[in-house]
Each structure stands twice: as structure tokens, then as C-alpha cells.
Design a protein around this ligand. Structure first.
Ligand code: ATP
Ligand code: MG
Length: 371
């Protein structure tokens, strides 16, 4: 029996006439991540060969299963079920039928009853309708008759690239990788922008920044990383003794906005969570956001640290995230005011000629493709 992978998509039923377009994106993403050949059906997909274990990296999938094809008659269906039972050897089992093809000559009840009895006799394994150890699903579709026993839960959400592109302000801490991942799961393809203390981006290759970028890249095949040195800002800020965190935040957002314009990203994404630190009070978030016109998405805004850590562990970013790293904010003062004065910030920005500073900084940006 050669298995095939049955893939059910998540949420796509919501999408009316755009549905085909969504399915097409999902097919392409599965192909890129798993290889093999994807066969498109109306309400599901089939993956032939390839690496089905990589489906766990593909947003837009509700569940998948290793399935076996059966001929369209009870005897053949029974044979496939028997092989599954003999291989898995459960204490008890139950059959569940999805008779999507209404022309199939037996009702679901008849199928379960007849095949169940035959299987009990043949395998000596009992049917238990209330608390079976194994459920065997018999999926009768017009084009395929599939039998499988384990549904594996997918990431859910929407296929990457169905919600456009976003640019993630990526710090290498616990939060921002999770923020980026949540947007990937809402169908965004993300680019990363990281402000670093080095003079050359080459240095980043030995740090956790690369490791984290690689982890996020798994969910969309490859990822672009903009490495932005921030020493020009630092020198100016020191000169004017304006080492305010909110000022730095505004500088990061403004610089990111310029990069987003060039790359076609429609949104900026950050890992802020309300009240987590002084720079993340509602007043300071407002003061930060007013620096740009582009929408700033903060998918973690309502989550607490425990919830964020849980997701980080699930997606594999937690371990790299907690590795030590010399980030910009360890140089900028941590003692942010909880309420910044917007007028004063704008005055300082004028003094340090922020627009010029950003222009100069943009010339130093290095673009790296991470796979
Ligand atoms: P994280 O765990 O993501 O570092 P954090 O809780 O440490 O978050 P802050 O350091 O206050 O929070 O940063 C808030 C957000 O600002 C980050 O989630 C990230 O989006 C952005 N950010 C901070 N430092 C950088 C940086 N060096 N480069 C790019 N973005 C950054
Ligand atoms: Mg941080």
C-alpha cells in the first residue's frame, strides 16, 4: 500500500470567489516546502511523494493525514482498513465515514456496520464506539476513496503571500520573532529589518540573528534580512545627549518605512506588548507611531510574556532568542520615560537632522537572503 498525503485547508471556505487564488498560493507554498507533486481537488489537496513532515511549516492548513487509496467497493475498503489495524494493533477501533460522494451505493451506516463486523472477525480487534483507541476514517469523495487513521493538526491561518508583504522590526529577542510568525500565519510574507551595532553585516552571520532568521524562513521558504547599522544615529544622539529610547524607536520606524516603500511592504510589524516595558505604554506607542504614515501592526499587543514564550517554544525560536547578544538597546538608555513629549522629540529630531541621518543610514543597509 503506497501512502498519499491528504491535506485539508483552513479558513479558505471564507473566501468566495478568491478561493482559487488562495488555493493556488497554498499549492505553491506546499510545493516549495515539501517538494513532491500536489494534486488539486475542490475541497482538499493530495501530496504525492515529497516530505509531508514539512507541512507543519505551511500556514493555511487545517490538518493532514497519511492516507491510503482504496477501490470503490466494500471488500477493497475493508482490506485497507484491515492492513491499518494489523499494523497499528490497537485494543479497539471505530470507523468513521465521510460519504461526500452521495452516489456511492451504500449509506454511511451500512458501510460502518458491514465493514466493522468483517474487521472484528478477521482481526479479533473489537469495535468500541465510545472510547476507541484508533479511529479509521473512510473518506468517500467523487475522485478519491481514501482511508486514514491519524489527523495531524496544521498551523491553521492563511497561506503566506495572500495578505501581502510586511516588514518586521526584528530584534532577536523573544517577542519580535513571534510577532513575525503570527503575521506569517495571517498570510503575510515577511521581510526582516535588524538594527545592529556592527559596522559590517558580515558579523551577524555568527550571531543568533541569522539562526532566528533561518527559523522564520522555514515558514515561507526564504526571507530577506535588511541589516542596518545604527552607529550614525548613535553618534548624533550622543552628541546631543538625547539617548532616549523613544527617539531611537522613531528612528527605527522611519528608516524601516523607507525600506518598506522600496520593497513593497504594506505594513511594519513590531513585537510590542502593551505595558511590557516603559517604551511600550500607550503614550509611548503613540509617540512612536506618529513618526510614520505606514500602518504598524503589533500582533502581541494583548499577549503576556507566558503566552509569547509558549509560541516561541512551539516554533523553535525560544532557544536562539535567549542567547546573549549585544543589541542596540543595551547601549541606548533603558530608563525610558513612560510618557514622552512629542513636541520635544520633534525638536530633538530637527536638531540632529534626522531626515539626513536616515538618508545616510539607508546607504549603509546590507540586504541578505536567508534560506
Ligand atoms: P524583543 O523580545 O522582540 O526584543 P522586547 O520585549 O525586548 O522585544 P524592546 O526591546 O522594547 O522589546 O523592543 C520592542 C520592539 O522594537 C521589538 O519587538 C522589535 O520589534 C523592535 N526592536 C527593538 N530593537 C530592535 C532592533 N535592534 N532592530 C529592529 N527592531 C528592534
Ligand atoms: Mg528587545
Amino acid at each position: 500500500m503506497k501512502p498519499i498525503t491528504l491535506v485539508h485547508f483552513a479558513e479558505l471556505f471564507l473566501k468566495g470567489k478568491n478561493r482559487d487564488w488562495f488555493v493556488q498560493k497554498l499549492v505553491r507554498n506546499i510545493n516549495r516546502t515539501c517538494g513532491g507533486r500536489v494534486v488539486k481537488r475542490h475541497s482538499y489537496l493530495l501530496l504525492e511523494k515529497g516530505k509531508p513532515e514539512n507541512l507543519k511549516y505551511v500556514p493555511g492548513i487545517s490538518w493532514w493525514a497519511k492516507a491510503f487509496r482504496a477501490e470503490r467497493n466494500l471488500e477493497e475498503i475493508k482490506k485497507v482498513c484491515a492492513q491499518i489495524l494489523k499494523k497499528q494493533k490497537p485494543q479497539s477501533f471505530k470507523l468513521e465515514v465521510n460519504r461526500a460522494d452521495k452516489t456511492f451505493p451504500y449509506s454511511s451506516y451500512e458501510i460502518v456496520k458491514r465493514i466493522g463486523e468483517l474487521l472484528e472477525k478477521e482481526t479479533k480487534i473489537e469495535v468500541d464506539l465510545k472510547n476507541p483507541e484508533l479511529i479509521i476514517f473512510i473518506d468517500i469523495q467523487k475522485e478519491d476513496l481514501l482511508v486514514f487513521s491519524e489527523k495531524i493538526k496544521g498551523l491553521g491561518g492563511l497561506p503566506v503571500s495572500t495578505s501581502g508583504k510586511g516588514l518586521l522590526l526584528f530584534s532577536g529577542g523573544i517577542d519580535s520573532p513571534v510577532a513575525g510568525h503570527l503575521m506569517q500565519r495571517r498570510g503575510m510574507h515577511i521581510d526582516l529589518v535588524h538594527f545592529h551595532v556592527f559596522t559590517k553585516a558580515e558579523k551577524l552571520k555568527e550571531t543568533k540573528i541569522f539562526e532566528l532568521a533561518k527559523t522564520l524562513a522555514k515558514f515561507q521558504a526564504k526571507i530577506r534580512l535588511y541589516a542596518v547599522p545604527y552607529y550614525l544615529f548613535q553618534m548624533k544622539a550622543l552628541e546631543f545627549e538625547s539617548n532616549e529610547l523613544v527617539l531611537f524607536r522613531r528612528f527605527m520606524l522611519k528608516t524601516a518605512e523607507e525600506l518598506a516603500k522600496k520593497s513593497g511592504a504594506k505594513a511594519l510589524i513590531t513585537g510590542d506588548s502593551l505595558g511590557q516595558v516603559a517604551s511600550q505604554t500607550i503614550e509611548n506607542l503613540q509617540a512612536t507611531d506618529s513618526a510614520v504614515k505606514t500602518i504598524v501592526l503589533r500582533p502581541l499587543i494583548g499577549l503576556d510574556k507566558e503566552q509569547i514564550v509558549k509560541i516561541a517554544k512551539e516554533i523553535g525560536t525560544y532557544e536562539p532568542s535567549i542567547k546573549p547578544y549585544k543589541d542596540c538597546c543595551s547601549i541606548i538608555t533603558k530608563k525610558a520615560k513612560t510618557r514622552s513629549n512629542l513636541k520635544k522629540l520633534e525638536e530633538i529630531e530637527e536638531k540632529i537632522e534626522i531626515e539626513k541621518l536616515i538618508e545616510e543610514t539607508l546607504k549603509l543597509v546590507e540586504e541578505i537572503e536567508v534560506r
